[in-house]
Write a protein that binds this ligand. Structure first.
Ligand code: DC
Length: 231
């Protein structure tokens, strides 16, 4: 149990896009009654607001552009509320989930000043009774002292298929081959970047969800949480 001097417990769920980490983190947070941090949403927000405000960036972003992005990330007023994302009073929940936002988020996330600006928001969400945080560097950088660290993976093909099904269910028209190519391109950028690359923490539990149902993954992680006295 967290006291004034001990920080609230954290469970981190890291992994590539489409591994199911968002779904797992949301279910875990619900089962435990803990808060949820979707850290990818923060990079998506910075990317979408920068796009809409005409702040340019790309693979060869200049120092001035990076400084503008860092300033933008630092001044946004972000609220997560009942599954919705509010930014400076506007509901961006749908806007940040497009493929365009995914690609842009992966680009801004590679910039260390943007990551620094987002760090304070992330750590500020740690509060009793606990926090489930999902992303790429939750267990390696942001909450390196987390009580339980999960690294969830799945084959790129299965991840593309899951994303395809998600988008189809929302009535969006998508192409499976394009999705696979986009997932592979983002994987490469997220794993290969110098700043907080996507790697499992040394003390993370690795779970390959390729052939597992959501419930199987959830039960496995709850068993690990129980073993650590977290529930
Ligand atoms: O998890 P997601 O697909 O919503 O993340 C969007 C992008 O943000 C992804 O390409 C990687 C980046 N990201 C990151 O660099 N660090 C995090 N903790 C979370 C996401």
């Amino acid at each position: 149990m967290a006291t004034d001097s001990t920080p609230a417990p954290v469970i981190t769920v890291d992994g590539p896009g489409g591994s199911g980490k968002g779904t797992l983190a949301a279910l875990l947070a619900e089962r435990l009654g803990w808060a949820l941090l979707d850290s990818g949403a923060l990079y998506r927000i910075v990317a979408v607001v920068a796009r809409d405000q005409g702040v340019p960036y790309g693979d060869n972003t200049t120092d001035e552009q990076v400084a503008a992005l860092e300033a933008l990330a630092g001044r946004l007023e972000i609220r997560f509320e009942a599954g919705k994302v509010w930014v400076d009073g506007a509901d961006l929940s749908t806007e940040i989930r497009t493929e365009d936002a995914s690609t842009r988020a992966s680009r801004v996330a590679a910039l260390p000043p943007v990551r620094r600006a987002v760090l304070g928001i992330q750590r500020g969400m740690r509060a009793a009774p606990g926090l489930v945080a999902d992303g790429r560097d939750m267990g390696t950088v942001v909450f390196a002292d987390a009580e339980l660290k999960i690294f969830l993976d799945a084959s790129a093909e299965v991840r593309a298929q899951r994303r395809y099904n998600q988008l189809k269910n929302k009535g969006l028209s998508v192409n499976l081959r394009d999705l696979l190519a986009s997932i592979q391109e983002r994987d490469e950028r997220d794993r290969g970047r110098a700043a907080s690359p996507l790697v499992p923490a040394q003390d993370a539990i690795l779970i390959d969800s390729t052939d597992m149902s959501v419930d199987e993954v959830l039960e496995r992680v709850l068993a690990e949480a129980k073993a650590r006295g977290l529930c």
